[in-house]
Design a protein around this ligand. Structure first.
Ligand code: DX5
Ligand code: ZN
Length: 224
C-alpha cells in the first residue's frame, strides 16, 4: 500500500494540531516526524515530549526519523512516547542490529536510513531484521531541498534485493518529492513517500495531500 507521509518539519509548529488535521482530511494516515540533534545534522528539532503531545492529538501512524548520534540511547524513549515506526541512520548506529532489536522490543517498526551517498549494498545482510528502509533523496538536515536523481537507482536496487530475498520490508523515500516527480518515485518501487514543503508550503495542504495520494495511486509500480 502506497502512503503519502507528510513531514511536519515544514508545518507551522505553533498550530501543529490544526496542520495535522488538515493533511488527515486530505487522506494522510501516516505522519513523518524529523528528530535532529545538531550533531549528526546541522539542525535542531524535537524530542520525545513533543512526540508524546502529538500522539495525544492524532491516531495516525507516527513515523519517527532519527537524525541523531548514538540513536540506540533514545529509541526506547521515542517508542514510549508513541512512535509507531522509528528509523535510525546506518551512518550513526554503530551497533545497527542491536538498535533495530531495541526498536522492535519497544513495540515499534524498525527502520534503517541511508544517506544519498551510502550504497544499498551495505544493508544486504541486515534486511531480514528491518521492517523498512528509508532512502534519503536529499542530504539530511533541512526541508525544501532539491531531489537527488541518482537515488532512484538505489530504490530500484533495493526493490530487486527485496524480490530476490523474498522479504517484505517497506521502502521509504525522503526529501525533495513533489507532485511533478512523485509518479517516477512510485514507479521505482517506493511504498512510503515523505513530503514536507510540497504539502505544508502549498496554499491548501489538504487538497495537495489528496492530489498527491491520487497521483501515487495512479502511477504503476513497475521496474523502469
Ligand atoms: C530532511 C528531512 C525530511 C524533510 C523533507 O532531513 O528528513 O523529512 O522534512 O522535506 P521536503 O519534502 O521539503 O524535502
Ligand atoms: Zn525525514
Amino acid at each position: 500500500m502506497i502512503e503519502i507521509v507528510p513531514s511536519i518539519l515544514s508545518a507551522d509548529f505553533a498550530r501543529l494540531a490544526d496542520e495535522i488535521a488538515r493533511v488527515e482530511r486530505g487522506g494522510a494516515r501516516m505522519l513523518h516526524l524529523d528528530v535532529m540533534d545538531g550533531h549528526f545534522v546541522d539542525n535542531l528539532t524535537i524530542g520525545p515530549p513533543v512526540v508524546e503531545s502529538i500522539r495525544k492529538c492524532t491516531k495516525s501512524h507516527l513515523d519517527v526519523h532519527l537524525m541523531i548520534e548514538n540513536p540506540g540511547k533514545y529509541v526506547g524513549d521515542f517508542a514510549k512516547a508513541g512512535a509507531n515506526s522509528i528509523s535510525v541512520h546506518y551512518e550513526a548506529a554503530r551497533h545497527l542490529d542491536g538498535v533495530l532489536g531495541l526498536i522492535r522490543k519497544g513495540g515499534a517498526m524498525a527502520g534503517v536510513v541511508l544517506n544519498p551517498a551510502t550504497p544499498v549494498a551495505v544493508l544486504e545482510d541486515v534486511l531480514e531484521v528491518a521492517d523498512y528502509v528509508l532512502l534519503m533523496s536529499v542530504n539530511p538536515g533541512f526541508g525544501g531541498q532539491k531531489f537527488i536523481p541518482y537515488v532512484l537507482d538505489k530504490v530500484r536496487k533495493l526493490e530487486s534485493l527485496r524480490r530476490e530475498k523474498k522479504l517484505a520490508f517497506q521502502i521509504e523515500i525522503d526529501g525533495g518529492v513533489h507532485k511533478e516527480n512523485l509518479a517516477e518515485v512510485v514507479r521505482a518501487g517506493c511504498d512510503w513517500i515523505v513530503t514536507g514543503s510540497a504539502i505544508f508550503h502549498s496554499p491548501d495542504p489538504e487538497a495537495t495531500t489528496r492530489e498527491m495520494r491520487e497521483i501515487a495511486a495512479h502511477a504503476t509500480a513497475v521496474q523502469i
